[in-house]
Design a protein around this ligand. Structure first.
Ligand SMILES: [Zn+2]
Length: 187
């Protein structure tokens, strides 16, 4: 059951146990799982972003189909139209939790997507707003399971503030990052 008491399709036992362990849901005596987050909102935003952006990666311009948070969720970025773009798996995966400016430095991409442009113009203030949102957002307003977990982690550990993992250099090879033939050729 979701926040509004609407019945959802039954999930697997493992998923239910995981939700209970993570504090993302409660179980009533009759065995009904009550979720503390909105599993359908993520899908709704994804559909809206997909309709707006088509199937093109906002970073590299190649074909893409995944939902990418421009300000990553762990930095407080929300699952909302003004923070989400379509990205290819390669960009989404290699960027991980890196901020847009860091990712652009790594890759040399010049994204022209208006959502990315607007955030790049003032990344510091976008980040402040996102971080403030992370502090004040009640669990019930979390849009995705990912966000809900961040919120739980933050509030379970208020003294030692949960910080996003520092971005590392991407381990996957990026498009355009091809080495000259000589480096591969072993005589
Ligand atoms: Zn891409």
């Amino acid at each position: 059951m979701d926040l509004n008491g609407r019945p959802l399709t039954p999930c697997s036992l493992e998923k239910a146990e995981q939700n209970l362990r993570d504090g993302l849901a409660t179980m009533t005596e009759d065995g009904v799982l009550h979720l503390n987050y909105r599993p359908l909102a993520h899908r709704r935003i994804y559909r809206q972003v997909q309709r707006r952006d088509g199937w093109m990666c906002a970073w590299c311009g190649g074909p893409g189909s995944t939902l990418d948070h421009v300000i990553p969720v762990c930095w407080g970025g929300q699952t909302a139209l003004d923070n989400c773009v379509i990205a290819c798996r390669s960009c989404n995966h290699s960027r991980n939790n890196a901020l847009p400016t860091t990712f652009i430095r790594w890759t040399g991409f010049r994204p022209t997507h208006p959502v990315i442009q607007r955030i790049l113009q003032n990344e510091a203030s976008a980040l402040n707003a996102a971080e403030h949102g992370l502090q004040t957002r009640p669990l019930s307003s979390c849009l995705s399971r990912e966000e809900a977990q961040v919120w739980v982690a933050y509030h379970a550990n208020q003294i030692e503030r949960v910080r996003p993992t520092p971005p590392e250099e991407p381990s996957t090879r990026l498009k355009g990052d091809t080495k000259p033939f000589g480096e591969y050729f072993v005589p």
